[in-house]
Write a new protein. Sequence first.
Lengths: 266, 481
Amino acid sequence: MSDPVLELDRLSLSFGGLRALSELDLGVGEREIVSLIGPNGAGKSTVFNVITGVYEPSSGDVRFAGRSIAGLAPHRVARLGIGRTFQSLRLFLNMSVIENVMAATYGNTKAMPWESVLRLPRARREEREVRALAEDVLSFFGQRLAGYRWEQPAYSLSYANRRRLEIARALATSPRLLLLDEPAAGMNPAETHEVTELISRLRDERGVSILVIEHDMHVVDSCSNRVVALDHGVKIAEGGFDRVAAHPAVVEAYLGKDPGALSDGG
Amino acid sequence: MSLDSPPPAGPRVGSDEWVARQAHRREYLPSWLGSLERASERAGWWPKLAAAAAAAAVLPLFGLGQFQLQVGIDALVIALLAVGLNIVVGWAGLLDLGYVAFFGCGAYGYALVSSGQIGANGIHLPSYLSIPLVMAAVAGLGLLVGWPSRRLIGDYLAIITLFFGEAFVEFTNNVAPSVLGGPNGIVGVDAIRLFGYTFTTNKSYYYLLVIVLVVTMGVLRLLDTSRTGRAWRAVREDPLAAASMTIPVNRVKLMAFAFGAAVAALAGTLFAAQQISVFPTDFDTPILILVYAGLILGGAGSIAGACTGALVVMVVYDGLLRSPTESGYLFYGLILLTLLAKLRPWRRLALVLAATVALGYAIHAIAAAVSDSAVAGGPHSAGLIAGALRDWVVVPASATVAGNWGFVALVCLLVALVQVSSQWRTILLPPTLYLASFVWETRLAAEPAITRQLMIGAILIVMMNARPQGLFGSRRVEALT
């Protein structure tokens, strides 16, 4: 693996006496898709929150493109090129679909309020570019977020479309690394299939590296280059899907000790 | 793998649930309302602003008296405040209860640099200097107040800012009386002088305020549709998501505070110049409540809504509700409108109205038969209403005591009314209506100062039930997490 885009170095996080993450090492290479799996409460979303600056690590380091970003404020992390989606959707529900996407370009534009009010050249140019970027990332989803939906409020979208809009919004921050938190949660089999293809397309057509949390093993299997399994904030396995899925520690984390007894009984 | 079924064909372009629902909603409006809404949507924002400005400009040509002009000026000042408050509350979603203090700071700031208050000869800055100066200073003060409270949300921010608002009144009342004048305020404030024209008459201030309000609304509209406006609304919707989308949440909040404060200061300078004086009581909580009432009535988040709401509230509060006759029309009109809108089917409505009328005449007849003094006092309303109600509503000679008891009974009946089943409600409605009229004629119409506050409250309650998002607000949904 050449220079990793993202590198977690012996990352630990404690809330009082609770150790949420301990000594976690993890890397995501250029144009690599890494899946983060583990049972509920394993600390997967916490990893995302530490990377994006919502929590400050107790010890260890987060490096993005060779630079330490541990302790930076969330909006700075986002500006450096890390986009994210949320497990429990956090769209700007009362704004229009296209405004949701356009709002995410705030940190990458510079026009001051008076320039916007007077519609000075820089403000006008940025507004054109932002609009074009928004239309571009929304078109990435084809018919799903088609043009006639752009001016509708985000709350009018279906659940699956809200998940797509979250990804579109994250794309509008022009990320090098995309953190997707359960992009297929709550989707039906056909939509799940679509998400799988989408994740691969994001890498191939947009050139982003992806760290994805996912519970659906079909998705994990078919799109990830590498899989990392967490349990109780500790990395318990890493490697290709087949190896990790068969790893005794992973099986134990999901099913408990001696799964053989279970299958014998059933 | 079973998951390899092809993805479903995409939805048909141009039709989905939301579009269908909007169309459905329109169909259920009365046809003239529906076509009015469509026409208003087609017209766009700027032509509507121009039309409203033109309407405001020709209004004084119909021969407004000094009283009406003063009501108009007060309404425009409050509208300017509501439009500014909309930045903080409607867009950035920060519950700022100290907003009127910025208004006061603007007024006092202008008064200090445009009167004989400071020094032997006083300071008399020209208006083109003093107004921007005061706006910038108060915007800086907004940053200063926002700085420690930028991490606070919801209730905590509300308490801190409320404290700031109260502190301002105490401060101006008690600190440095030789400069701020204490309760006596500052008098002899210079008139505004711009482009060689001195604004002295009420009519000139009316036009100045219309221009300032329209320009402010235009500027804010341009801001709303820019990256700044989007950032404000994103922060209101979800601060964590906004931060993850490159938006510096704290800085954006501070900006909202500063812009809101600057607009309030602008309103303050015009207010001080028009009044020729400033007093601490001009910037107390009642003004805050009026501004909020306007903003909520019009629909927080909408510039047009904030402006219209404030104008409606102020014209009703200051203009109509001062005279018993006009407030009487408003009172009975509101009751009738509510009944017409809410009582279905028509048979039930007719039944309730007929029962109310019959009940009134019966009670009046019985009361007159029992004792002459029971109907000795006439209804307090004058004109048409008095004529219509003379033999219907009972007004005893000692109206005050009876009215007080009636008021208590009315409150009890109203509480009962919202608790009981629909059948009982039909039965209880006629006595409630009669009692309401009784309380109005004996007590409320006699004391407009208190009644108009009750009426504004009642109008807000009715409005919030009929249209929770306000006149021009769009429906809001909350995230369910």
